[in-house]
Design a protein around this ligand. Structure first.
Ligand code: FEO
Length: 404
């Protein structure tokens, strides 16, 4: 059978990455919410390596287990599988394991001890089905070898890289991946997916940015020509180099002379303040992004915030405190470590301005450096207050400029 981009009966094509290496993953076209991350489709990448032993690298989300089986069986009978090399145990990559084991009884799972502990608990996989691998191991086959690198907390404790030196291909699990459909499957230019990649990084990797940076160094050391992640397109050539540069930038978080004005508004009073702050900052040549948190994915708002040097956050007083949506945003913001950004709280109130005061305290708690008193407006800004808000924004612009 010709296996190179061979047109299948159902008009799908086999996805060859290299001689004897195929993508047998699944595109999740309807996916819109990936455990909190807003997406427009996604993929669960699984790879089939043919040789002296046939190896499946990772499985797919259980919902698509039949598709995975079908994709494998386009190439080999599923019973011909020898091993599943599981690089990470999170459900989107592991939850088809029981199904595959049921259909391919001789299969053994190769995974690290940490990964084994997770899958034993998740799926009651018996000990005898698992062969433990560890950092520095080389799994040798007649045709090629797979080097194992444990990269703990480059996302999860069990995150593991697998590298085939003979082919310069690195399987990197979630690292350097993007939750988009893997179409096209292989890219050499990351520009079309980079915003989604950034949001994916922010949501999944940012909390452990120091480890992610070590991951960048590890990939640079291995210098692969192809990086095959567990979500989204496979990166090749310049796409590998460029994605590594972006990751480094996102990890080190160099702040730009840019302000974020993120708000929640119930009756447009807080929204009006946000717009006026933006107007004042823009007049002083500070690039500003206004974000309505009710209509912007948190992952996008968080990524934008990471890039800014100043964060102005607005809430109305909701009953007697911060609006719950702003509360949720602050929870995420704390997780991604805003690193002493300059900030100010603003907002409106009806009869007790408690929300903005509480917001001011919360911002301090999560490490934002408060640069001026909270801006608190009753109901909605009147003519005089509008001028005052613009003047306040100009003052803030000067502080931002002086911070560089
Ligand atoms: Fe895509 Fe951490 O799983």
């Amino acid at each position: 059978m010709e296996l190179d981009e061979h047109v299948r009966g159902d008009n799908m094509t086999l996805k060859k990455i290299d001689d004897g290496i195929f993508w047998v993953g699944v595109n999740d076209w309807p996916l819109r919410d990936f455990h909190g991350l807003s997406v427009n489709g996604g993929s669960y990448n699984s790879y089939l390596l043919l040789g002296e032993k046939n190896i499946l690298i990772d499985t797919v989300y259980e919902k698509y287990k039949e598709d995975l089986k079908k994709n494998i069986e386009e190439i080999i009978p599923i019973n011909d599988l020898d091993f599943i090399l599981l690089l990470h145990s999170e459900n989107d990559h592991s939850s088809s394991l029981p199904f595959i084991l049921q259909n391919a009884p001789k299969v053994k799972i190769l995974c690290t001890k940490k990964c084994a502990n997770f899958i034993k608990k998740l799926y009651q996989i018996p000990e005898e089905k698992i062969n433990i691998i560890k950092d520095g191991d080389t799994i040798k086959f007649e045709d090629f070898s797979i080097k194992i690198y444990e990269t703990p907390m480059v996302h999860w404790p069990d995150t593991t890289f697998a590298f085939i030196p003979e082919k310069q291909i690195l399987f990197s699990t979630d690292f350097l991946g993007t939750q988009v459909v893997a179409e096209p499957l292989i890219i050499e230019d990351v520009s079309k997916i980079i915003e989604e990649s950034r949001d994916y990084y922010t949501f999944l990797m940012r909390a452990y940015w120091e480890q992610a940076l070590k991951g960048v160094d590890k990939v640079k050391e291995l210098s692969p020509n192809i990086v095959a992640p567990s979500h989204g397109p496979i990166l090749k050539g310049n796409a590998v180099k460029d994605m590594l540069s972006y990751y480094k930038k996102w990890c080190l978080n160099p702040e730009t002379k840019k302000a974020i004005v993120a708000y929640v508004s119930m009756w447009k009073g807080t929204e009006k303040i946000a717009e006026l702050l933006s107007e004042g900052l823009s007049k002083e040549d500070i690039p500003v992004k206004v974000i309505d948190l009710a209509n912007t994915p948190f992952s996008e708002a968080l990524s934008e915030t990471l890039e800014a040097s100043a964060v102005l956050l607005g809430t109305p007083t909701f009953v007697k405190g911060i609006h719950p949506l702003m509360y949720a945003f602050l929870t995420f913001l704390e997780i991604i470590k805003p690193n002493c950004k300059l900030g100010m709280a603003f907002g409106t109130y009806g009869w007790a301005g408690l929300g903005v005061k509480e917001l001011n305290e919360k911002m301090k708690e999560i490490g934002i450096k408060i640069i001026c008193e909270p801006l608190l407006i009753n109901m909605t800004p009147d003519y005089n207050e509008k001028q005052e808000i613009i003047e306040k924004a100009k003052e803030i612009a000067k502080i931002i400029k002086n911070s560089f």
